[in-house]
Design a protein around this ligand. Structure first.
Ligand SMILES: Cc1cc2nc3c(=O)[nH]c(=O)nc-3n(C[C@H](O)[C@H](O)[C@H](O)COP(=O)(O)OP(=O)(O)OC[C@H]3O[C@@H](n4cnc5c(N)ncnc54)[C@H](O)[C@@H]3O)c2cc1C
Length: 462
């Protein structure tokens, strides 16, 4: 793959020598992302160091008819940053990592898109504020990537997901012109809700340069628990029962036996390795009394649903261990086989027991090892298939099982993706969840905003 030398030298003149990469080893680093898909090397990688240069890079690519894939940290799990086939540019946001403002009175943060999620969370916490969206990847993922995929996290049940915190943004359109939408105010109905359109747009409609994110005062009290169940169905049933009891935990996570054992052998946290499933639960709020009462009710509901044991964290160390267990589910499973295929089909909360059962059936029918964990309170489970991509016979069974997971989720009135996005991986399923007219409508929006079809072209809507 190659692009005209004159274009590379123009990129170097405008962006600087150290912001343009064309060496094979550099290109290979950006040929893939966290999804298990093919590798496609771009022709050039650009790393603009200012917002103005980001806009110029976008404009230059567009004028040169060079397809663009914008990349934060590449942790997406849907192939959303696999470059386009043929000559293309990857634009990195890693140097656009400034927290421009944290406003204590008006409760917002103004950031560049390459700021790492947990860095913002820590910076606002240091000022006594709270940015709730906390994807499992928060130590690595960027806020631009979070917005472009509408990332969720462990606190989604009570605090919502990235879309609930996006107040506005600046973005570059296909030609590199600056577009502004939203505001620093709580209310703003000026113009179309372009920030809403950009949410979950997966780099296909514009390139974000500044984000305005809502902040909250932090909860004053919280309690974390681990409920142990012999049968996974009981744990899954407890999820809907807790919410039906009018308690809204901030976090309500599920892990099945395979995950529990994998995490325990990896981290030695003291998890119950004979359990069929565990729920990891945190309740929080404005007063210790209210939180204590919620925690007690959660315990009653779990016991009614068959919990054999409920452990409550007695100090911050124990609480940290509970969440360490959950955050290590994927890394622990990934140690077991060469390839992990992680799905995020999502169902209405009350259908979680049916989904968990269906995944177990599919796994045994396709003779595959599967661990299930995830944001059960959001109906968003992550069945994780452990396999070896180099074995074509096994991988064919994996692909059949993935189709089965989507089919089941849609039959249960769920959705293809709760948070990981459509990217390359699920684009062919879009019409099945929606309809032809929806796909055509989306294509018309895309064509209007990107007439040459250069912005992450093969992703999301095909
Ligand atoms: C271990 C692990 C745990 C995870 N846990 C969660 C979880 O709990 N919840 C969750 O939602 N996801 C989770 N993810 C998935 C992933 O981390 C998130 O989707 C995250 O939002 C991606 O951020 P990123 O910076 O890596 O984006 P990338 O992967 O680099 O990009 C994602 C998309 O955003 C677009 N994009 C990036 N920057 C911009 C920009 N400035 N303008 C326009 N488009 C842009 C890209 O083109 C691409 O389409 C997890 C992933 C891993 C590996």
């Amino acid at each position: 793959m190659s692009i005209p030398r004159s274009l590379t030298s123009d990129f170097r003149k405008v962006l600087g020598e150290d912001s343009v990469f064309t060496e094979d080893a550099d290109l290979l680093s950006y040929a893939y992302d966290s999804a298990v898909l093919e590798q496609r090397k771009p022709a050039v990688v650009l790393a603009p160091s200012t917002r103005e240069l980001l806009g110029r890079a976008v404009g230059m690519c567009y004028r040169a008819d060079l397809p663009i894939t914008v990349r934060g940290s590449g942790t997406n799990l849907s192939g959303a940053t696999v470059p386009e086939p043929g000559d293309s540019a990857v634009i990195l946001t890693s140097k656009l990592n400034r927290i421009l403002e944290i406003n204590q009175r008006d409760l917002y943060a103004l950031v560049e898109p390459g700021v790492v999620t947990a860095r913002l969370a820590r910076a606002v916490a240091a000022q006594g504020l709270f940015y709730p969206p906390d994807p499992g990847s928060q130590e690595v993922s960027t806020l631009g990537g979070n917005v472009a995929l509408n990332a969720g996290g462990l606190r989604g049940l009570k605090y919502g997901v990235t879309k609930d915190y996006l107040m506005g943004m600046e973005l570059f359109d296909h030609g590199g012109e600056l577009v502004k939408t939203g505001s620093r105010t709580v209310k703003c109905v000026t113009g179309y809700n372009l920030a809403g359109l950009m949410l979950a747009s997966e780099g296909t409609l514009g390139v974000f340069s500044t984000l305005i994110l809502k902040l909250l005062p932090p909860p004053r009290a919280s309690r974390a628990m681990l409920a142990v169940f012999e049968r996974f169905r009981e744990a899954a049933e407890a999820v809907a029962e807790i919410v039906a009891a009018r308690i809204l935990p901030c976090t309500l996570e599920f892990m099945d036996t395979r995950c529990i054992r994998a995490v325990e052998s990896f981290k030695h946290i003291g998890l119950p390795v004979d359990a069929g499933a565990i729920l990891l639960i945190e309740v929080d709020g404005g007063s210790s009394e209210g939180v204590l009462s919620d925690a007690n009710e959660v315990k009653v509901v779990c016991a009614k649903c068959g919990a054999s044991e409920i452990r409550e964290a007695r100090d911050p160390g124990e609480k940290a261990r509970i969440w360490e267990a959950r955050r290590n589910a994927l890394p622990a499973l990934a140690r077991l086989r060469p390839t992990t295929v992680l799905e995020d089909a999502t169902v209405p909360r009350s259908r979680v027991p049916d989904m968990v059962e269906a995944v177990a059936d599919l796994a045994s029918r396709h003779r595959l090892e599967v661990g299930v964990f995830g944001h059960a309170g959001d109906g968003n489970l992550h069945p994780t298939i452990l396999c070896d991509r180099r074995d074509p016979e096994e991988f064919a069974r994996v692909e059949e099982m993935v189709d089965g997971i989507f089919e089941t989720a849609l039959n249960l009135q769920g959705t293809l993706s709760g948070e990981h996005g459509i990217g390359l991986a699920k684009a062919k399923w879009m019409e099945k969840e929606t309809n032809r007219a929806t796909v055509e409508f989306s294509k018309r929006i895309r064509k209007a905003l990107d007439p040459k079809g250069l912005l992450n072209a093969g992703k999301k809507i095909i």
